[in-house]
Design a protein around this ligand. Sequence first.
Ligand code: ATP
Length: 334
Amino acid sequence: MTHLLELNSVSKVYHRGLINAKANVALRDISLTLSEDEPTILTVAGESGSGKTTLAMLLLGFITPTTGQIIYRGQNITSLRGKDRLAYRREVQAVFQDPFAVFNPFYTVDHLLSVPIKRFKLAKNKTDARNRMEEALTAVGLRPEDVLGRFPHQLSGGQRQRINVARALLLKPRLLIADEPVSMVDASLRANILETLRNLQRDHGVSIIYITHDLTTAYHIARSIVVLYRGGVMEAGDVDAVIKDPQHPYTKLLVDSIPWPNLNQRWGETPIIARDDSATGSGCPFRSRCPSAMDICATRPPLFQTGEMQAAACYLYDKKPEVVAEKLTQLLPV
Ligand SMILES: Nc1ncnc2c1ncn2[C@@H]1O[C@H](COP(=O)(O)OP(=O)(O)OP(=O)(O)O)[C@@H](O)[C@H]1O
């Protein structure tokens, strides 16, 4: 198996102050690999201060490890120069938390998308550039005619974040570092953006490192997970196994803070009725506007009718059809 990315015992120590400088170990001895042959989504989860952003900065080459190596396609990223460095910059893209901060309010979406096209000389001419923009916007579920020509203030937070993803996609990345990409958009858009990321992995072969403090969303999109605590890896493995059977007390604490829906609870006054088969998985009629099920179902009064709730449950479990079926049987007695 060839590795797209390999972290070998990576540590990062920050020093504060010149005299009697204090050392702050932000990351300690992190090792992980991503396969080149099988694009995947890996979640890096942890509470505030656990070192998630430091890891993102290291992966993007903005800072260098204090010890250890980050190997991208066989090359240590700190020694990349010239063409190789440019290729790394193009192939490893990022989407950050704040979809509002990235945009210059004086430029239209077209400008934002044309900058990487020019910088990396991606298009032969203007028509080619336009086609690439449209293709990238369509891939993230936006209609080009709805967003091209618009200024940032004329777009919703969800649209802006998807434009950020489209911008990354223009460069045909192999690896996307998504640092808390949904924490600043509201719950109803979260599922859409997560779905967009999942499509990138599935349809465009992009590997994604999804960084979050929120295990709920990690469970939605990732196949594997690394749980960070105070800069060290507490637990790692298949996301289902780690979330369903956490071994470390810290992971247990994180898992316990997930607001799981109560399967025995009825939805307001409305008894939950048998589902329609079409309301599961990719055929779900509510899929495009299904919110993050755990956020909505567990914590709010009935905002949605029974059908949507079924769809939410489907969304929640759609990674494994047999689990969807089992949970829905409990949730929706026929
Ligand atoms: N430039 C810096 N100089 C000194 N210490 C830093 C620096 N950046 C981060 N740290 C420290 O390193 C540790 C990890 O920070 P980091 O930002 O990576 O955590 P995080 O998990 O991303 O947190 P959050 O979720 O709050 O963004 C923290 O103790 C932080 O104070």
